[in-house]
Design a protein around this ligand. Structure first.
Ligand SMILES: Nc1ncnc2c1ncn2[C@@H]1O[C@H](COP(=O)(O)OP(=O)(O)OP(=O)(O)O)[C@@H](O)[C@H]1O
Ligand SMILES: [Mg+2]
Length: 260
């Protein structure tokens, strides 16, 4: 089986060397947890290996993506139109060839296929960041749209990352469709610990792969990008009630007994 490096060698080790070629992988998580940066690693690695790359951006402009990549030492500009096309679905500029004026599954698929034809024959990587943008107003359609994307795009020699957001309040993904259709799920999380923002990653699914099943703490570092900091040890605080709460419960019990 051919596996594609994610661009993060330590992460590749967790999935037997990389993402199986042709897979459709959901990258899910709350805002600011690292989904876009993880996707940029995948593209930067593709460019390094000579793959054809297409990046669809729905929440940030093309310029913002290029600037973010530059911060980690990847010059995307030199590859544009040769090995890389960034489809901008945010700015909706009419006279930009690689802009989407309307964000529908059909328009998106057509544009991606057009971009692939422009880049030519060969192994390709595709990022759709985010796929949730396609069904924000119709979550019931999530599964159908995801299936349609996977089925059509599979024929074009793509290995795909589809990012999907989680609602902060309910931790529910916007439409569970992506997760079911996906061959793999990589989930990003965040917690505040000791007054500091911490980010974590877990591989929830990777078909045909004996993948790691731990929660890993990650960090996003200037000039480097996403790094794995270490496996999360199960700590007492992760499953026990805070000491203060236990004390209160015990005191209430005692009082009740005294009253009896
Ligand atoms: N140059 C940098 N150096 C260090 N950290 C950075 C740098 N650039 C971005 N970050 C960190 O990465 C975070 C953004 O990560 P990213 O854009 O991948 O999140 P996301 O999961 O895609 O979020 P969203 O769902 O909102 O698109 C920032 O909030 C910041 O903490
Ligand atoms: Mg993002």
């Amino acid at each position: 089986m051919i596996r594609l490096s994610t661009g993060i060698p330590e992460f590749d080790k967790l999935i037997e060397g990389g993402i199986p070629q042709g897979f459709f992988v959901a990258i899910t998580g709350e805002p600011g947890t690292g989904k876009t940066i993880f996707s940029l690693h995948f593209i930067a690695e593709g460019l390094k290996e000579g793959d054809l790359c297409i990046y669809v951006t729905t929440e940030e402009s093309r310029d913002s993506i290029i600037r973010q990549a530059k911060q980690f030492g990847w010059d995307f500009e030199e590859y544009i139109e040769k090995k890389l096309i960034i489809i901008d679905a945010l700015m909706k500029e009419k006279n930009d060839e690689w802009s989407l004026t309307e964000l529908t599954p059909e328009e998106l698929i057509n544009k991606i296929v057009e971009a692939k034809q422009k880049l030519g024959y060969g192994r390709a990587r595709l990022v759709i960041d985010s796929v949730s943008a396609l069904f924000l107003d119709k979550p019931a359609m999530a599964r159908k749209i995801s299936y349609q994307l996977k089925r059509v795009l599979n024929k074009w020699n793509f290995t795909i990352y589809a990012t999907s957001q989680y609602a902060i309040t309910t931790s529910q993904a916007f439409g569970f469709g992506v997760e079911h259709v996906a061959d793999g799920i990589i989930r990003f999380m965040r917690r505040i610990r000791d007054g500091e923002l911490k980010r974590y990653i877990i591989i929830e699914k990777m078909r045909q792969t004996d993948h790691d099943k731990h929660v890993w703490e990650i960090d996003i570092q200037k000039g480097k990008g996403l790094v794995l900091k270490g496996k999360l040890e199960k700590r007492k605080e992760d499953y026990a009630l805070p000491e203060k709460v236990i004390k209160m419960i015990l005191e209430a019990e005692k009082k009740k007994n005294e009253e009896i």
